[in-house]
Design a binder for this molecule. Structure first.
Ligand SMILES: *Cc1c(COP(=O)(O)O)cnc(C)c1O
Length: 380
């Protein structure tokens, strides 16, 4: 049996909606399905504005253009994240300032204040696995020091912090619709805007439309369409938005199926957590997750490597995650060294992720748990 870490899931309406864009004759950006998806997210999640982008990477880059991030500025973020979180800051000539994570694999809010300097412009929390960061603490610090908050909610669609959807708590946020995320358009993303700063809202569509006021022109608000700001080609083809809309319609079903898989893993692995061989994921009271990732943390990192190898030999797509950014070649160029962030390194070397998706069959999940049980028992 071969069980990949990720598997394509189609809701059934993707082709139909893509064909509909051909019938409408409108396949370029900011057409029927783009607006449908944006309205759906704004209305259901109570966001001020949503703009579809070609990736979360793009959405993060847009966010820091909108915040006028400049050379010399600093942005506080975890090192345990994907490269795009840091690149968006670097591309504006600014510097990522890493801080350690907690046992929930999210930025440790108690370490943020120590990292603030007079150059700090923003805090960039990453909601790992679709489990909310401690946003109350983070927003309190941001308010106290007058900093922006940009949420990397690339993994966080449909997940909440208390009553609020992830990505909509800070000034700006992003989602990813990459093929490995809960819903996808192959490659895709969204910028979520909730800032009270009117100039951010006003500039956003211009930056999105290559630095032009095309959106205002189409709406009949200006009589010429011209160059008004810096910008880039951030908006995806409507064909991709059509695919995404078909996925979005099934989001609650997808989340529920993932939850089933997640809870079945918890049940099957509880005895090994009780024996202290592993730790199961911690979901704090304030978080409603979207079951994006199922992971376990090994008490001993060497056990992780043994189990990973064994599962892979059985055709199971188990994996680890994120080489911490501070210990990468780019991180070293920024002056960081190994051991700067002990918890990040400990987690990165002892995490194991297991397949989780709506079309993981019960037979497949039983197969994974059976082999996992054999190898874990041998380590007790
Ligand atoms: C997937 C991911 C990204 C990048 O998303 P893309 O849409 O592929 O650009 C950024 N940050 C985190 C935390 C991610 O998991």
């Amino acid at each position: 049996m071969i069980i990949p870490l990720n598997r394509l899931f189609l809701s059934g309406n993707e082709i139909k909606y893509i064909e509909d864009t051909f019938k409408k004759g409108e396949i370029t950006a900011n057409n029927f399905y783009t607006q449908k998806v944006q309205k759906f997210i704004e209305n259901n999640y109570n966001f001020k504005k949503t703009l579809l982008t070609t990736s979360a990477t793009d959405a993060l880059e847009m966010a820091f253009i909108l915040l006028n991030l400049q050379a010399g500025d600093e942005v506080i973020m975890p090192s345990y994240t994907f490269v795009s979180t840091a690149n968006a800051v670097m591309l504006r000539g600014a510097k990522p300032i890493f801080v350690d994570i907690d046992e929930k694999l999210n930025i440790n809010p108690h370490l943020i204040e120590n990292a603030i300097t007079n150059k700090t412009k923003a805090i960039l929390p990453v909601h790992y696995a679709g489990v909310a960061c401690d946003m109350d603490s983070i927003m309190d610090i941001a308010n106290k020091y007058n900093l922006y908050v940009v949420e990397d909610a690339a993994q966080g669609i449909n997940a909440k912090h208390k009553a609020d959807y992830l990505g909509g708590i800070g000034d700006l946020g992003c989602y990813s619709f990459h093929g490995t995320k809960n819903i996808s358009s192959g490659e895709g993303g969204a910028l979520l805007i909730n800032s009270n700063d009117e100039s951010i809202l006003r500039r956003a569509t211009n930056v999105w439309e290559k630095g032009t006021n095309r959106t205002q022109f189409i709406a009949g608000l200006v009589d010429k369409y011209t160059w008004v700001d810096i910008g880039s080609s951030f908006a995806p083809a409507d064909i991709l938005a059509a695919y995404l809309y078909a996925q979005l319609e099934q989001l609650d079903f997808i989340t529920a199926k993932r939850q089933e898989v997640y809870e079945n893993y918890i049940l099957g692995l509880q005895e090994f957590a009780d024996n202290n061989l592993i730790k199961l994921p911690v979901i704090p009271d304030y978080a409603t997750p979207n079951y994006h990732i199922f992971y376990i943390i090994f008490t001993a990192a060497k056990d992780r490597d043994i189990v990973l190898k064994y599962l892979q030999s059985k055709g199971i797509g188990a994996a680890f995650h994120f080489i911490p950014l501070h210990s990468s070649p780019m991180g070293e160029k920024l002056g960081y060294k190994r051991n700067d962030f002990p918890n990040t390194e400990k987690m990165a070397s002892s995490i194991l992720r297991l397949p989780i998706y709506p079309n993981l069959t019960t037979v497949e999940q039983a197969y994974i748990l059976e082999h996992l049980t054999v190898i874990l028992k041998s380590l007790l």
